[in-house]
Design a binder for this molecule. Structure first.
Ligand code: FAD
Length: 490
Protein backbone atom coordinates (compact mmCIF):
# COMPACT_ATOMS: atom_id res chain seq x y z
CA UNK A 1 0.00 0.00 0.00
CA UNK A 2 1.25 3.50 -0.89
CA UNK A 3 1.31 6.20 1.79
CA UNK A 4 -0.11 8.57 -0.81
CA UNK A 5 -1.48 8.42 -4.34
CA UNK A 6 -1.72 11.79 -6.06
CA UNK A 7 -4.26 12.15 -8.87
CA UNK A 8 -3.05 14.67 -11.44
CA UNK A 9 0.39 16.13 -12.17
CA UNK A 10 -0.58 19.81 -12.29
CA UNK A 11 1.59 21.99 -10.07
CA UNK A 12 -0.62 21.18 -7.06
CA UNK A 13 -0.11 17.44 -7.57
CA UNK A 14 3.59 17.69 -8.48
CA UNK A 15 4.28 19.71 -5.33
CA UNK A 16 2.38 17.32 -3.08
CA UNK A 17 4.07 14.25 -4.55
CA UNK A 18 7.55 15.77 -4.40
CA UNK A 19 7.22 16.99 -0.81
CA UNK A 20 5.69 13.70 0.33
CA UNK A 21 8.49 11.73 -1.32
CA UNK A 22 11.11 14.08 0.13
CA UNK A 23 9.65 13.42 3.57
CA UNK A 24 10.14 9.70 3.06
CA UNK A 25 6.57 8.71 2.15
CA UNK A 26 5.86 6.00 -0.43
CA UNK A 27 4.15 7.94 -3.21
CA UNK A 28 2.62 7.38 -6.64
CA UNK A 29 1.62 10.20 -8.97
CA UNK A 30 -0.92 9.44 -11.75
CA UNK A 31 -1.45 11.81 -14.67
CA UNK A 32 -3.91 11.26 -17.48
CA UNK A 33 -1.85 13.13 -20.10
CA UNK A 34 1.50 11.92 -21.36
CA UNK A 35 3.24 15.03 -19.98
CA UNK A 36 2.99 16.91 -16.65
CA UNK A 37 1.95 20.48 -15.80
CA UNK A 38 -1.78 20.66 -16.63
CA UNK A 39 -2.72 24.33 -17.16
CA UNK A 40 0.98 25.17 -16.75
CA UNK A 41 2.48 22.79 -19.31
CA UNK A 42 4.21 23.03 -22.67
CA UNK A 43 2.73 21.02 -25.52
CA UNK A 44 4.20 20.10 -28.90
CA UNK A 45 2.36 20.61 -32.18
CA UNK A 46 3.77 20.41 -35.74
CA UNK A 47 7.35 20.98 -34.59
CA UNK A 48 6.47 23.90 -32.30
CA UNK A 49 6.24 24.03 -28.51
CA UNK A 50 3.51 26.20 -26.99
CA UNK A 51 2.75 27.17 -23.41
CA UNK A 52 -0.71 25.67 -22.85
CA UNK A 53 -1.99 28.36 -20.47
CA UNK A 54 0.31 29.83 -17.83
CA UNK A 55 3.33 31.72 -19.16
CA UNK A 56 4.90 33.93 -16.49
CA UNK A 57 5.92 32.59 -13.11
CA UNK A 58 6.90 33.88 -9.70
CA UNK A 59 8.69 32.17 -6.83
CA UNK A 60 12.20 31.77 -8.28
CA UNK A 61 14.21 33.81 -5.77
CA UNK A 62 16.56 31.48 -3.87
CA UNK A 63 14.44 31.68 -0.67
CA UNK A 64 11.13 31.02 -2.49
CA UNK A 65 9.60 27.60 -3.15
CA UNK A 66 10.65 27.11 -6.79
CA UNK A 67 14.06 28.66 -6.14
CA UNK A 68 14.57 26.27 -3.22
CA UNK A 69 13.52 23.22 -5.22
CA UNK A 70 15.80 24.15 -8.11
CA UNK A 71 18.71 24.28 -5.68
CA UNK A 72 17.83 21.30 -3.47
CA UNK A 73 16.89 18.92 -6.28
CA UNK A 74 19.39 20.27 -8.84
CA UNK A 75 16.54 20.86 -11.32
CA UNK A 76 17.77 21.39 -14.86
CA UNK A 77 15.88 24.62 -15.61
CA UNK A 78 16.90 28.20 -16.38
CA UNK A 79 14.95 31.28 -15.39
CA UNK A 80 15.37 34.37 -17.57
CA UNK A 81 14.85 37.57 -15.57
CA UNK A 82 13.18 39.87 -18.07
CA UNK A 83 13.18 43.65 -17.89
CA UNK A 84 10.51 44.84 -18.37
CA UNK A 85 8.76 41.86 -16.85
CA UNK A 86 5.58 42.79 -18.70
CA UNK A 87 4.43 45.72 -20.84
CA UNK A 88 0.89 47.08 -20.55
CA UNK A 89 -0.38 48.54 -23.80
CA UNK A 90 -3.61 50.37 -24.55
CA UNK A 91 -4.53 52.97 -27.17
CA UNK A 92 -2.24 55.92 -26.38
CA UNK A 93 -0.40 54.18 -23.51
CA UNK A 94 2.67 51.97 -23.19
CA UNK A 95 3.61 51.16 -19.61
CA UNK A 96 6.57 48.84 -19.10
CA UNK A 97 6.54 47.13 -15.70
CA UNK A 98 10.22 47.27 -14.85
CA UNK A 99 12.00 44.79 -12.58
CA UNK A 100 12.72 47.71 -10.31
CA UNK A 101 9.53 48.48 -8.39
CA UNK A 102 10.54 52.07 -7.53
CA UNK A 103 11.33 52.85 -11.17
CA UNK A 104 7.88 51.57 -12.13
CA UNK A 105 6.17 53.74 -9.47
CA UNK A 106 8.19 56.75 -10.71
CA UNK A 107 7.00 56.08 -14.25
CA UNK A 108 3.35 55.97 -13.11
CA UNK A 109 3.84 59.22 -11.18
CA UNK A 110 5.38 60.87 -14.24
CA UNK A 111 2.27 60.23 -16.39
CA UNK A 112 0.28 63.36 -17.34
CA UNK A 113 -2.01 64.52 -14.47
CA UNK A 114 -0.89 61.71 -12.15
CA UNK A 115 -1.84 62.39 -8.50
CA UNK A 116 1.71 61.44 -7.56
CA UNK A 117 1.50 61.69 -3.78
CA UNK A 118 -1.65 59.50 -3.65
CA UNK A 119 -0.04 56.96 -5.99
CA UNK A 120 2.94 56.79 -3.64
CA UNK A 121 0.65 56.37 -0.62
CA UNK A 122 -1.10 53.49 -2.38
CA UNK A 123 2.18 51.73 -3.11
CA UNK A 124 3.42 52.36 0.44
CA UNK A 125 0.31 50.63 1.84
CA UNK A 126 0.60 47.94 -0.82
CA UNK A 127 4.20 47.22 0.12
CA UNK A 128 3.28 46.76 3.79
CA UNK A 129 0.48 44.33 2.89
CA UNK A 130 2.67 42.42 0.42
CA UNK A 131 5.53 42.22 2.93
CA UNK A 132 3.07 40.83 5.49
CA UNK A 133 1.54 38.20 3.19
CA UNK A 134 4.24 37.00 0.77
CA UNK A 135 6.31 35.29 3.50
CA UNK A 136 3.34 32.89 3.84
CA UNK A 137 4.11 31.79 0.28
CA UNK A 138 7.81 31.53 0.96
CA UNK A 139 7.22 29.31 4.01
CA UNK A 140 4.15 27.10 3.53
CA UNK A 141 4.45 26.04 7.21
CA UNK A 142 3.08 29.48 8.15
CA UNK A 143 -0.25 28.68 6.43
CA UNK A 144 -3.10 27.01 8.35
CA UNK A 145 -3.36 24.59 10.09
CA UNK A 146 -1.11 26.39 12.52
CA UNK A 147 1.10 24.44 14.90
CA UNK A 148 2.53 26.04 18.07
CA UNK A 149 5.70 27.17 16.23
CA UNK A 150 3.73 28.85 13.44
CA UNK A 151 1.41 30.51 15.98
CA UNK A 152 4.41 31.97 17.78
CA UNK A 153 5.86 33.24 14.50
CA UNK A 154 2.52 34.85 13.63
CA UNK A 155 2.24 36.41 17.10
CA UNK A 156 5.66 37.98 16.56
CA UNK A 157 4.44 39.42 13.24
CA UNK A 158 1.16 40.92 14.50
CA UNK A 159 2.34 44.46 13.81
CA UNK A 160 3.07 43.51 10.21
CA UNK A 161 -0.55 42.37 9.79
CA UNK A 162 -2.00 45.63 11.19
CA UNK A 163 -2.40 47.42 7.80
CA UNK A 164 -4.61 44.58 6.59
CA UNK A 165 -7.24 44.84 9.32
CA UNK A 166 -9.05 47.84 7.87
CA UNK A 167 -9.40 46.33 4.39
CA UNK A 168 -10.43 42.72 5.09
CA UNK A 169 -13.73 41.99 3.34
CA UNK A 170 -13.55 45.21 1.28
CA UNK A 171 -12.66 45.70 -2.38
CA UNK A 172 -9.51 47.28 -3.76
CA UNK A 173 -11.87 49.88 -5.25
CA UNK A 174 -12.52 51.11 -1.68
CA UNK A 175 -8.76 51.60 -1.18
CA UNK A 176 -8.55 53.58 -4.42
CA UNK A 177 -11.55 55.69 -3.40
CA UNK A 178 -10.05 56.32 0.03
CA UNK A 179 -6.86 57.59 -1.60
CA UNK A 180 -8.66 59.65 -4.23
CA UNK A 181 -7.32 57.51 -7.06
CA UNK A 182 -10.50 56.42 -8.81
CA UNK A 183 -10.09 59.09 -11.49
CA UNK A 184 -6.50 58.21 -12.46
CA UNK A 185 -7.28 56.13 -15.53
CA UNK A 186 -3.82 54.60 -16.28
CA UNK A 187 -3.56 53.26 -12.72
CA UNK A 188 -7.11 51.89 -12.86
CA UNK A 189 -6.26 50.13 -16.12
CA UNK A 190 -3.01 48.73 -14.75
CA UNK A 191 -4.79 47.39 -11.66
CA UNK A 192 -7.73 45.98 -13.62
CA UNK A 193 -5.32 44.12 -15.89
CA UNK A 194 -3.21 42.85 -12.99
CA UNK A 195 -6.20 41.80 -10.86
CA UNK A 196 -7.82 40.00 -13.78
CA UNK A 197 -4.78 37.74 -14.26
CA UNK A 198 -4.04 37.24 -10.56
CA UNK A 199 -7.14 37.37 -8.35
CA UNK A 200 -9.40 36.79 -11.37
CA UNK A 201 -11.69 39.82 -11.19
CA UNK A 202 -11.58 43.59 -11.71
CA UNK A 203 -9.73 45.90 -9.32
CA UNK A 204 -13.03 47.46 -8.20
CA UNK A 205 -14.33 44.04 -7.11
CA UNK A 206 -11.17 42.37 -5.80
CA UNK A 207 -10.77 41.48 -2.09
CA UNK A 208 -8.34 44.23 -1.03
CA UNK A 209 -5.71 42.26 0.98
CA UNK A 210 -5.45 39.62 -1.76
CA UNK A 211 -5.24 42.29 -4.48
CA UNK A 212 -2.69 44.43 -2.61
CA UNK A 213 -0.49 41.35 -2.19
CA UNK A 214 -1.02 40.35 -5.83
CA UNK A 215 0.20 43.82 -6.87
CA UNK A 216 3.69 42.53 -6.00
CA UNK A 217 3.33 39.65 -8.44
CA UNK A 218 5.81 41.01 -10.98
CA UNK A 219 8.45 41.63 -8.32
CA UNK A 220 8.51 38.37 -6.38
CA UNK A 221 11.05 36.21 -8.15
CA UNK A 222 9.06 36.50 -11.39
CA UNK A 223 10.61 35.34 -14.62
CA UNK A 224 10.37 33.43 -17.85
CA UNK A 225 11.11 29.70 -17.88
CA UNK A 226 13.56 29.09 -20.71
CA UNK A 227 12.15 26.51 -23.11
CA UNK A 228 8.72 26.67 -21.44
CA UNK A 229 7.14 25.85 -18.08
CA UNK A 230 6.92 22.22 -19.19
CA UNK A 231 10.66 22.00 -18.44
CA UNK A 232 9.98 22.75 -14.78
CA UNK A 233 7.00 20.38 -14.65
CA UNK A 234 9.09 17.59 -16.19
CA UNK A 235 12.02 18.31 -13.86
CA UNK A 236 9.67 18.12 -10.86
CA UNK A 237 8.22 14.79 -12.03
CA UNK A 238 11.80 13.52 -12.41
CA UNK A 239 12.60 14.78 -8.90
CA UNK A 240 9.62 12.79 -7.54
CA UNK A 241 11.19 9.67 -9.06
CA UNK A 242 14.64 10.60 -7.80
CA UNK A 243 13.17 10.79 -4.29
CA UNK A 244 11.84 7.24 -4.68
CA UNK A 245 8.29 8.06 -5.86
CA UNK A 246 6.52 6.40 -8.79
CA UNK A 247 5.21 8.55 -11.65
CA UNK A 248 2.60 7.06 -13.96
CA UNK A 249 1.93 9.21 -17.03
CA UNK A 250 -0.97 8.49 -19.41
CA UNK A 251 -2.73 6.95 -16.41
CA UNK A 252 -6.19 8.33 -15.83
CA UNK A 253 -7.73 7.69 -12.44
CA UNK A 254 -11.27 6.38 -12.93
CA UNK A 255 -12.59 6.07 -9.39
CA UNK A 256 -11.73 6.31 -5.71
CA UNK A 257 -13.29 3.91 -3.20
CA UNK A 258 -12.80 3.82 0.58
CA UNK A 259 -11.32 0.58 1.95
CA UNK A 260 -10.24 -0.26 5.50
CA UNK A 261 -7.22 1.93 6.33
CA UNK A 262 -7.26 3.89 3.10
CA UNK A 263 -8.46 4.12 -0.49
CA UNK A 264 -8.60 1.99 -3.61
CA UNK A 265 -7.59 3.97 -6.69
CA UNK A 266 -8.80 2.47 -9.93
CA UNK A 267 -6.76 3.66 -12.90
CA UNK A 268 -6.81 2.96 -16.62
CA UNK A 269 -3.87 0.63 -16.03
CA UNK A 270 -5.00 -1.17 -12.91
CA UNK A 271 -5.54 -0.66 -9.24
CA UNK A 272 -3.47 1.09 -6.55
CA UNK A 273 -4.08 1.23 -2.79
CA UNK A 274 -3.12 4.12 -0.56
CA UNK A 275 -3.57 5.41 2.96
CA UNK A 276 -4.08 8.91 1.58
CA UNK A 277 -5.33 10.11 -1.80
CA UNK A 278 -4.68 13.65 -2.96
CA UNK A 279 -6.87 14.77 -5.85
CA UNK A 280 -5.41 17.58 -7.97
CA UNK A 281 -8.76 18.13 -9.68
CA UNK A 282 -11.75 20.48 -9.36
CA UNK A 283 -14.13 19.87 -6.42
CA UNK A 284 -16.89 18.69 -8.79
CA UNK A 285 -14.51 16.17 -10.41
CA UNK A 286 -13.48 14.82 -7.01
CA UNK A 287 -17.15 14.32 -6.10
CA UNK A 288 -17.59 12.25 -9.25
CA UNK A 289 -14.39 10.23 -8.78
CA UNK A 290 -15.28 9.33 -5.19
CA UNK A 291 -19.05 9.07 -5.79
CA UNK A 292 -19.80 11.76 -3.18
CA UNK A 293 -23.35 12.99 -2.70
CA UNK A 294 -23.46 16.83 -3.06
CA UNK A 295 -26.17 17.00 -0.39
CA UNK A 296 -23.82 15.40 2.17
CA UNK A 297 -20.80 17.41 1.02
CA UNK A 298 -22.41 20.80 0.80
CA UNK A 299 -19.20 22.83 1.33
CA UNK A 300 -17.36 20.96 -1.39
CA UNK A 301 -20.37 21.32 -3.69
CA UNK A 302 -20.49 25.07 -2.92
CA UNK A 303 -16.78 25.37 -3.77
CA UNK A 304 -17.46 23.62 -7.07
CA UNK A 305 -20.33 26.05 -7.66
CA UNK A 306 -18.03 29.04 -7.15
CA UNK A 307 -15.48 27.56 -9.59
CA UNK A 308 -18.25 26.98 -12.15
CA UNK A 309 -19.25 30.65 -11.84
CA UNK A 310 -15.68 31.67 -12.68
CA UNK A 311 -13.79 31.71 -15.93
CA UNK A 312 -12.89 29.77 -18.99
CA UNK A 313 -9.96 30.68 -21.24
CA UNK A 314 -10.10 31.44 -24.95
CA UNK A 315 -6.70 31.02 -26.57
CA UNK A 316 -4.67 31.72 -29.70
CA UNK A 317 -1.43 29.81 -30.24
CA UNK A 318 0.63 31.60 -32.88
CA UNK A 319 3.89 31.12 -34.73
CA UNK A 320 5.26 34.58 -35.51
CA UNK A 321 8.32 36.27 -36.97
CA UNK A 322 10.14 38.52 -34.50
CA UNK A 323 10.67 42.17 -35.40
CA UNK A 324 14.33 42.74 -36.23
CA UNK A 325 16.67 42.97 -33.26
CA UNK A 326 14.16 41.38 -30.88
CA UNK A 327 15.90 38.70 -28.82
CA UNK A 328 14.29 38.34 -25.40
CA UNK A 329 11.01 36.67 -24.55
CA UNK A 330 8.18 39.19 -24.15
CA UNK A 331 5.01 39.33 -22.12
CA UNK A 332 2.41 41.91 -23.17
CA UNK A 333 -0.93 42.84 -21.63
CA UNK A 334 -3.12 44.50 -24.22
CA UNK A 335 -6.32 46.43 -23.51
CA UNK A 336 -8.43 47.70 -26.37
CA UNK A 337 -11.13 49.63 -24.46
CA UNK A 338 -10.07 50.53 -20.92
CA UNK A 339 -13.68 51.40 -19.98
CA UNK A 340 -15.09 47.96 -20.92
CA UNK A 341 -14.75 44.72 -18.89
CA UNK A 342 -11.29 43.12 -19.18
CA UNK A 343 -12.65 39.89 -20.68
CA UNK A 344 -13.72 38.29 -23.95
CA UNK A 345 -10.87 39.63 -26.05
CA UNK A 346 -10.94 43.21 -24.75
CA UNK A 347 -7.96 42.32 -22.55
CA UNK A 348 -5.42 39.72 -23.66
CA UNK A 349 -2.19 38.41 -22.20
CA UNK A 350 0.34 37.65 -24.95
CA UNK A 351 3.55 35.75 -24.17
CA UNK A 352 6.16 35.29 -26.89
CA UNK A 353 9.15 32.97 -26.71
CA UNK A 354 12.66 34.43 -27.00
CA UNK A 355 15.78 33.61 -28.99
CA UNK A 356 17.05 31.57 -26.03
CA UNK A 357 13.94 29.35 -26.02
CA UNK A 358 15.63 26.83 -28.27
CA UNK A 359 13.22 24.17 -29.48
CA UNK A 360 10.08 26.26 -29.13
CA UNK A 361 10.07 27.19 -32.85
CA UNK A 362 12.31 26.74 -35.92
CA UNK A 363 15.20 29.23 -36.13
CA UNK A 364 14.01 32.74 -36.94
CA UNK A 365 10.50 32.13 -35.60
CA UNK A 366 8.80 32.38 -32.19
CA UNK A 367 5.75 30.85 -30.61
CA UNK A 368 3.16 32.94 -28.79
CA UNK A 369 0.40 32.02 -26.36
CA UNK A 370 -2.44 34.54 -26.17
CA UNK A 371 -5.26 34.23 -23.65
CA UNK A 372 -8.40 36.04 -22.56
CA UNK A 373 -11.08 35.31 -19.94
CA UNK A 374 -14.61 34.24 -20.80
CA UNK A 375 -17.33 34.03 -18.10
CA UNK A 376 -18.52 30.43 -17.84
CA UNK A 377 -21.96 31.68 -16.73
CA UNK A 378 -22.45 33.25 -20.18
CA UNK A 379 -21.35 30.09 -22.02
CA UNK A 380 -23.53 27.84 -19.88
CA UNK A 381 -26.67 29.58 -21.14
CA UNK A 382 -25.77 28.99 -24.81
CA UNK A 383 -26.45 26.17 -27.25
CA UNK A 384 -23.34 24.45 -28.69
CA UNK A 385 -23.74 26.47 -31.93
CA UNK A 386 -24.07 29.76 -30.03
CA UNK A 387 -21.01 28.87 -27.96
CA UNK A 388 -18.95 28.17 -31.07
CA UNK A 389 -20.01 31.50 -32.62
CA UNK A 390 -19.30 33.37 -29.37
CA UNK A 391 -15.83 31.84 -29.02
CA UNK A 392 -14.89 32.63 -32.63
CA UNK A 393 -16.11 36.23 -32.19
CA UNK A 394 -13.83 36.48 -29.12
CA UNK A 395 -10.91 35.06 -31.11
CA UNK A 396 -11.55 37.61 -33.88
CA UNK A 397 -11.53 40.39 -31.25
CA UNK A 398 -8.26 39.03 -29.84
CA UNK A 399 -6.67 39.15 -33.30
CA UNK A 400 -7.91 42.73 -33.78
CA UNK A 401 -6.32 43.68 -30.46
CA UNK A 402 -3.01 42.09 -31.44
CA UNK A 403 -2.98 43.86 -34.80
CA UNK A 404 -3.78 47.21 -33.17
CA UNK A 405 -1.58 47.03 -30.09
CA UNK A 406 1.23 44.61 -30.96
CA UNK A 407 1.49 45.14 -34.73
CA UNK A 408 5.23 44.39 -34.78
CA UNK A 409 4.41 40.73 -33.99
CA UNK A 410 1.57 40.41 -36.46
CA UNK A 411 3.19 41.50 -39.71
CA UNK A 412 3.45 38.01 -41.11
CA UNK A 413 2.01 35.39 -38.77
CA UNK A 414 3.11 31.97 -39.97
CA UNK A 415 0.66 29.67 -38.26
CA UNK A 416 -2.28 29.95 -35.86
CA UNK A 417 -4.27 27.55 -33.71
CA UNK A 418 -7.15 28.27 -31.39
CA UNK A 419 -8.48 26.78 -28.17
CA UNK A 420 -11.55 27.28 -26.03
CA UNK A 421 -12.85 26.15 -22.63
CA UNK A 422 -13.88 22.95 -24.42
CA UNK A 423 -10.21 22.30 -25.26
CA UNK A 424 -9.18 22.79 -21.63
CA UNK A 425 -11.94 20.43 -20.56
CA UNK A 426 -10.73 17.79 -23.00
CA UNK A 427 -7.03 18.06 -22.10
CA UNK A 428 -6.98 18.90 -18.40
CA UNK A 429 -10.37 17.29 -17.59
CA UNK A 430 -11.51 20.47 -15.83
CA UNK A 431 -15.34 20.57 -15.92
CA UNK A 432 -16.58 23.07 -18.55
CA UNK A 433 -12.94 24.17 -18.92
CA UNK A 434 -13.13 26.12 -15.64
CA UNK A 435 -9.72 27.67 -14.94
CA UNK A 436 -8.28 30.16 -12.46
CA UNK A 437 -9.90 28.76 -9.31
CA UNK A 438 -12.32 30.88 -7.30
CA UNK A 439 -12.47 34.58 -8.28
CA UNK A 440 -11.45 36.60 -5.22
CA UNK A 441 -14.30 39.12 -5.24
CA UNK A 442 -14.50 41.06 -1.96
CA UNK A 443 -16.02 39.08 0.89
CA UNK A 444 -15.23 37.29 4.12
CA UNK A 445 -16.01 33.95 2.47
CA UNK A 446 -12.38 33.75 1.31
CA UNK A 447 -11.11 33.47 4.89
CA UNK A 448 -13.35 30.56 5.84
CA UNK A 449 -11.40 27.82 4.13
CA UNK A 450 -7.72 28.55 4.57
CA UNK A 451 -6.59 25.06 5.57
CA UNK A 452 -5.93 21.97 3.45
CA UNK A 453 -9.14 20.35 2.33
CA UNK A 454 -9.72 16.88 3.79
CA UNK A 455 -12.97 15.74 2.23
CA UNK A 456 -13.20 12.36 3.98
CA UNK A 457 -10.60 10.68 6.13
CA UNK A 458 -7.48 10.29 3.99
CA UNK A 459 -9.06 11.98 0.93
CA UNK A 460 -7.67 15.43 0.15
CA UNK A 461 -8.21 18.13 -2.46
CA UNK A 462 -5.34 20.22 -3.80
CA UNK A 463 -5.00 22.71 -6.67
CA UNK A 464 -6.16 26.16 -7.63
CA UNK A 465 -9.62 25.92 -6.06
CA UNK A 466 -8.06 25.42 -2.58
CA UNK A 467 -6.45 28.35 -0.71
CA UNK A 468 -3.96 29.85 -1.58
CA UNK A 469 -4.74 28.53 -5.11
CA UNK A 470 -4.74 30.56 -8.27
CA UNK A 471 -1.28 30.57 -9.78
CA UNK A 472 1.42 28.06 -10.49
CA UNK A 473 3.33 29.11 -7.37
CA UNK A 474 0.20 29.27 -5.18
CA UNK A 475 -0.98 25.78 -6.17
CA UNK A 476 2.53 24.46 -5.52
CA UNK A 477 2.60 26.17 -2.11
CA UNK A 478 -0.78 24.55 -1.35
CA UNK A 479 0.63 21.16 -2.33
CA UNK A 480 3.74 21.57 -0.19
CA UNK A 481 1.62 22.60 2.79
CA UNK A 482 -0.68 19.60 2.30
CA UNK A 483 2.25 17.19 2.05
CA UNK A 484 3.53 18.43 5.42
CA UNK A 485 0.08 17.84 6.93
CA UNK A 486 -0.21 14.32 5.54
CA UNK A 487 3.38 13.44 6.50
CA UNK A 488 2.61 14.45 10.08
CA UNK A 489 -0.14 11.80 10.10
CA UNK A 490 1.96 8.99 8.64
C1 FAD B 1 -4.83 30.66 -19.81
C2 FAD B 1 -4.18 30.60 -18.46
C3 FAD B 1 -3.14 31.46 -18.17
C4 FAD B 1 -2.52 31.41 -16.91
N1 FAD B 1 -1.44 32.20 -16.67
C5 FAD B 1 -0.73 32.02 -15.53
C6 FAD B 1 0.54 32.64 -15.40
O1 FAD B 1 1.02 33.34 -16.30
N2 FAD B 1 1.23 32.41 -14.24
C7 FAD B 1 0.76 31.57 -13.26
O2 FAD B 1 1.45 31.36 -12.26
N3 FAD B 1 -0.44 30.96 -13.39
C8 FAD B 1 -1.18 31.16 -14.51
N4 FAD B 1 -2.34 30.48 -14.69
C9 FAD B 1 -2.88 29.68 -13.57
C10 FAD B 1 -2.14 28.37 -13.39
O3 FAD B 1 -1.89 27.77 -14.62
C11 FAD B 1 -3.00 27.45 -12.54
O4 FAD B 1 -3.40 28.11 -11.35
C12 FAD B 1 -2.28 26.19 -12.12
O5 FAD B 1 -1.45 25.70 -13.15
C13 FAD B 1 -3.33 25.15 -11.76
O6 FAD B 1 -2.72 24.01 -11.30
P1 FAD B 1 -3.53 22.83 -10.65
O7 FAD B 1 -2.53 21.92 -10.07
O8 FAD B 1 -4.59 23.36 -9.74
O9 FAD B 1 -4.39 22.12 -11.80
P2 FAD B 1 -4.13 21.65 -13.29
O10 FAD B 1 -3.08 22.44 -13.93
O11 FAD B 1 -5.49 21.63 -13.93
O12 FAD B 1 -3.61 20.17 -13.15
C14 FAD B 1 -4.44 19.07 -12.92
C15 FAD B 1 -3.84 17.87 -13.60
O13 FAD B 1 -4.62 16.72 -13.27
C16 FAD B 1 -4.78 15.91 -14.42
N5 FAD B 1 -5.99 15.12 -14.21
C17 FAD B 1 -7.27 15.55 -14.12
N6 FAD B 1 -8.11 14.53 -13.89
C18 FAD B 1 -7.34 13.42 -13.81
C19 FAD B 1 -7.63 12.04 -13.57
N7 FAD B 1 -8.88 11.62 -13.37
N8 FAD B 1 -6.60 11.17 -13.54
C20 FAD B 1 -5.31 11.58 -13.72
N9 FAD B 1 -5.00 12.88 -13.97
C21 FAD B 1 -5.99 13.78 -14.00
C22 FAD B 1 -4.87 16.91 -15.55
O14 FAD B 1 -4.53 16.34 -16.80
C23 FAD B 1 -3.85 17.96 -15.10
O15 FAD B 1 -2.56 17.69 -15.59
C24 FAD B 1 -2.98 30.50 -15.94
C25 FAD B 1 -4.04 29.62 -16.22
C26 FAD B 1 -4.62 29.66 -17.48
C27 FAD B 1 -5.73 28.69 -17.78
Amino acid sequence: MYDGVVVGAGFGGLATALELARRGARVALCETLSYPGGCASTFQRDGHAFEAGATLFSGFEPHQLFGRWIREHGLDVTVDWLDPVVELRAPGLRLPVTRDRERFIDSLCALPSAPASSVRRLFALQRRVADALWPLFDEPDLLPPLGPRALLRHAARLRAYAPLARWVGRPLGAVLEHLGLLGFAPLRMYLDALCQITVQCSAMEAEAPFALAAMDYFWRGTGHLRGGIGRLATALAQAVEDQGGAVFMATRVKSLTPIPGGWRVETRRGELRARHVVANVLPQALMRLAGLDPARHARLAAMGGRVAQGWGAVMLYLVVRPPSGHGAASHLELVQEPGAPFVEGNHVFMSISGEADVGRAPPGLRTATVSTHVPLGTLSRMTPEEKARHVSAIQARMREGLERLAPEWMESPVHAMTASPRTFERFTRRDDGAVGGIPRRAGLVHYRDLGPREVLEGLWLVGDSVFPGQSTLATAVGGARLAARIASRL
